[in-house]
Design a protein around this ligand. Sequence first.
Ligand code: FAD
Ligand code: NAI
Length: 466
Amino acid sequence: MATYDLVVIGTGPGGYVCAVRASQLGMKVAVVEKNATLGGTCLNVGCMPSKALLHASEMFEEAGHSFAKMGVSVSSPKLDLPAMMNFKQQGIDGNVKGVEFLMKKNKVDVLKGTGKILGTGKVEVSADGKSQTIETKNIVIATGSDIARLKGIEIDEKRIVSSTGALSLDKVPGKLLIVGAGVIGLELGSVWKRLGAEVVVVEFLDRILPGMDGEIAKQFQRILEKQGFAFKLGAKVTAVDTSGKTLKATIEPAAGGAAETLEADVVLVCIGRVPYTDALGLKEAGVALDPRGRVQIDPHFATSVKGVYAIGDVVAGPMLAHKAEDEGVAVAEIIAGQAGHVNYDVIPGVVYTTPEVSSVGKTEEELKQAGVAYTVGKFPFTANGRSKVNQTTDGFVKILADAKTDRVLGVHIIGREAGEMIHEACVLMEFGGSAEDLARTCHAHPTRSEAVKEAALAVGKRAIHM
Ligand code: FAD
Ligand code: NAI
């Protein structure tokens, strides 16, 4: 008799959510975690600490630059970086404890150690030189991802850092050189820019935020440049000389050509993440990987070994916490004999900068490439009453709808609180709604969300306030 119905390896948002849902469905569940704390990348060195620093640094920036114009007179704010890091740590601790509580509440056993799959129904858990073998009917791999590294550039997490080091710098770097204009580069670049660093971002492609709608990315780049960001697009960092007091980075045009040298106090390498499968024993157990090193799964999250499933960053798809969570729920339901499902067409993405950028569904580039006839409705926050009175008018809402059916295919927003506003579009799209449906939905006044309604009206060329 197996001891457990389900053993989940990894307690990030994919793993712990899967464990909770499986327990709700009546399964006897254990999670295996090799880190000292639960919660994975997201809670410990990802989403949550970065959002704590984004919030604190935004308050610092606002106190220094926005309070006065509203008639709030304060003396110039002083940065207490250790206190800000303590604020971040309190947030991490609170969330990690929350996951521990959820495991207890749902009677999920927490097995501390490194999990290795010995084959169908068997997981070895090793810690402090000791190991035990656990028997289980089902196994879910939820081991997440790790930073991608640049060949020849060694990350020491002090001067050459990944996102992990960039979340814990002990002083504000004079010059911060960021490799990669993706989500991490722009979020953590914003944190350190607001706290006083000079920020230069080197990006291989000729645009920032690849994958996001091109028009939104262009406007976002202009706004970031106004905030003081410098971008070197179509360029790559090929070496970093660490011998002197300041780092010297060699930058080459991506298309080839003469190299230049840039000096920096800290270099942040954020060129993507790779699936993490170390020590899992996948090869010996016969679990197949795809050509990019991700655990290969069928549409029901099943791997090539019976009774072994995989979810989250370790499998294909966007590396996002909410995608991992939804897959965790779906796989638990499938194991329980239900019809668990994730709609990959409606997974929102948010960049938590100021302003925020949010997106769901297809971009204009994707629709063009697929030859889909579409109509566009746009509405700027400069014409939104609430944004005007708050004097936060950067950005716009863009809605892409099918030209024939009016069904909404994509929504892209750049603006304050864009990350909250995107969800009405997600609900609409889950129900296969049209721009007309959105345009006829009453929106509270005065809210920024009225700009979403106006963009939907603009699809039918009848926006009111523009
Ligand atoms: P993870 O969270 O990576 O968890 C995997 C867990 O498995 C880890 O705890 C690890 O220790 C454990 N593990 C691995 N191997 C073993 C083993 N053999 N035995 C036992 N345990 C093992 N996403 C968002 O949606 N929003 C954001 O704002 C956001 N911000 C981010 C900011 C940063 C700086 C970073 C780096 C990432 C961010 N992400 C964000 C991405 C998000 O963190 C990941 O998509 C998410 O954590 C993936 O969840 P997961 O459960 O698949 O894996
Ligand atoms: P990313 O994939 O978002 O961006 C990496 C960038 O680096 C790309 O623009 C790419 O073209 C560029 N690049 C790659 N190689 C390069 C090179 N040699 N030189 C210069 N540029 C190069 O990856 P990032 O920012 O590291 O984030 C990893 C993942 O974490 C993201 O895919 C995202 O899913 C997740 N994340 C999500 C957040 C959110 O949802 N708000 C926040 C932070 C991370």
